[in-house]
Design a binder for this molecule. Structure first.
Ligand code: DC
Length: 209
């Protein structure tokens, strides 16, 4: 079974998908981590992340795997370095290359094949798994999403987080390939005023487990 969750940054996709996967005993697959890992790998190697050809060339020679839900780059756990401001800044432009998207999409599909998974990320319900058994679209206001990010990374400035979320939304919506869209048959959940538990309950109730 495939449960796919789409939505903008900070809408609760990762937290909820991970929790639902744990509760159902399903495998958790975070598709954004692949773009973050390719971005991190390019940055580590001194590659200009706006140079699409170089980023793609590097990606083709980089092994991204998932061990216990954590992303590894060439066999080494990189999960702890995927959410730095620099990776946040560049993951969206890196993810806009249709060639890189094809690479990520086929890796994700082959990892998922034959498994019960909960997967999340923009375009999981529209492009990667349009035939998913259950599709959800999570949403929340930019202010709520900025506050959530601030709770995760205290010490940052609320206003600059808010600006970067708005900027990222704009880039993700306008992207030439894999743009953020609501699948017509997705179940829409506004998570702004809901707790993590409440959203998990809604999802689990919907899938009837
Ligand atoms: O969900 P996230 O913030 O970790 O994703 C990192 C970036 O990758 C973000 O800019 C959105 C993009 N992304 C994408 O284009 N398609 C996906 N399936 C997942 C993420």
């Amino acid at each position: 079974m495939v449960i796919a969750i789409d939505g903008p940054a900070g809408s609760g996709k990762s937290t909820i998908a991970r929790r639902v996967a744990e509760e159902l005993g399903f495998y958790f697959l975070n598709t954004g981590s692949f773009y973050r890992a390719y971005t991190l790998s390019a940055l580590r190697r001194g590659i200009d992340p706006s140079d699409r050809d170089k980023v793609l060339e590097n990606a083709l020679s980089t092994a991204i795997t998932v061990e216990n839900g954590d992303i590894c780059i060439d066999g080494i756990d990189a999960e702890g370095e995927l959410h730095t401001p620099l990776v946040d800044r560049w993951a969206s432009p890196v993810s806009s290359d249709p060639r890189l998207r094809e690479l990520v999409n086929s890796s994700v599909r082959s990892l998922a094949s034959g498994m019960d998974i909960v997967t999340e990320g923009r375009d999981t319900t529209t492009v990667i798994f349009p035939e998913a058994d259950y599709k959800f679209y999570f949403d929340a206001s930019p202010e709520i999403r900025a506050q959530r990010r601030l709770n995760d990374q205290p010490g940052m400035d609320f206003q600059s987080i808010l600006e970067s979320i708005k900027e990222r939304d704009r880039r993700d919506i306008e992207k030439e390939s894999g743009a953020l869209r609501i699948a017509p048959d997705a179940i829409y959940i506004d998570t702004s005023l809901l707790t993590i538990n409440q959203v998990c309950e809604k999802v689990i109730k919907t899938v009837g487990k």
